[in-house]
Write a protein that binds this ligand. Structure first.
Ligand code: FAD
Length: 278
């Protein structure tokens, strides 16, 4: 069983100076695990652009490879072109290219319909300057017309020029393995890295999962509900569950693990320590 596995950590851009200071400390703790890269999310509609780019700049200045998430919903070719130029000037070499979801209240518009349009545009404009990641949904994107069309859409965006993919988080490894096999049959042979969400809060997990279509198995949901407000038990249970999940994935030979850190180092570090990963 391998003890080395490429790791990556995802952060969101902090809204306050205090949040930025806390994130700096979180990053230093997580750098001890030697990540391949760290990524920073990007609010759809460009709502967090400054915060995203500032956090990306800091990561690069700390000597770590940084990936900027980049969403295209509501964007025009001109705005995307300008943002790509800024990222290139910052020395960014890796993007997570997404459609994104417009917050309610934003009008529909923009010149990109799907992430595949964005990937094709980035390749046409910047050649091979960026390593492009795209999102994958082993449990099917919530707005997909069907499981087949979602898989086909995934294959289309990879063929538009993506180098690798990161999945939405999941707790069911069969969904992931089936997805990777089926995508391979459609000619997708890029690495599909599982995205892992450490469990630290029951209410937060339920809220996120309902919104993004990640299924929490009944037994996990009921166990979490049973802990009520007992945060320590939730955390202990979450560490056991997620360490087991990562262990199964590692044993099956996944190409890496991407942690949705929620800007916290504790749970992610403990899982990596328990897995004895280098
Ligand atoms: P797409 O790949 O464009 O798919 C969106 C929907 O359209 C799917 O239902 C798909 O089946 C369908 N579709 C695609 N192409 C076609 C086609 N040709 N014909 C018909 N249907 C099609 N959101 C943010 O706002 N900021 C972030 O930083 C962010 N980071 C993320 C990181 C990861 C790893 C993941 C998994 C998700 C992230 N998200 C982020 C959430 C993401 O923006 C949403 O899930 C969004 O709804 C879909 O984005 P996408 O890039 O997967 O879209």
């Amino acid at each position: 069983m391998t003890k080395t596995l490429p790791l990556s950590f995802e952060f969101f851009p902090p809204k306050t100076a205090e949040g930025a200071a806390k994130l700096r400390a979180t990053r230093q703790q997580l750098y001890a695990h030697g990540p391949e890269f760290c990524s920073v999310t990007f609010g759809a509609g460009g709502s967090t652009q400054q915060g995203t780019f500032d956090a990306v700049k800091e990561i690069l200045a700390e000597g770590v490879e940084a990936a900027s998430h980049f969403s295209c919903v509501g964007a025009t070719r001109a705005t995307v072109r300008e943002q790509l130029a800024q990222l290139q000037a910052m020395g960014v070499k890796r993007l997570v290219a997404l459609r994104g979801d417009l917050p309610s209240g934003y009008g529909i518009g923009g010149e990109f319909q799907y992430a595949s349009d964005l990937v094709a545009f980035i390749r046409a404009e910047t050649g091979d300057s960026f390593h492009i990641e795209v999102a994958a949904y082993p449990e099917i994107h919530p707005q997909a017309k069907s499981a087949e069309s979602d898989l086909q859409a995934f294959a289309t965006k990879v063929k538009a020029g993506a180098n690798s993919a990161i999945t939405q988080y999941f707790f069911n490894t069969d969904a992931y393995f089936r997805f990777v096999d089926d995508a391979y049959k459609l000619g997708v042979d890029v690495p599909v890295v599982p995205g892992i969400m450490p469990i630290t809060s029951s209410t937060q997990l339920m809220r996120f999962s309902d919104a993004c279509g990640a299924e929490i198995p009944r037994w996990i949901r009921l166990r979490l509900q049973g802990f009520g407000d007992d945060v320590e038990s939730i955390k202990a249970f979450g560490l056991d569950i997620i360490t087991d999940l990562c262990d199964q994935l590692r044993m099956a030979g996944v190409p890496g693990i991407h942690f949705y850190t929620m800007n916290q180092a504790g749970a992610t570090s403990e899982i990596i320590r328990r897995l004895d990963l280098v």
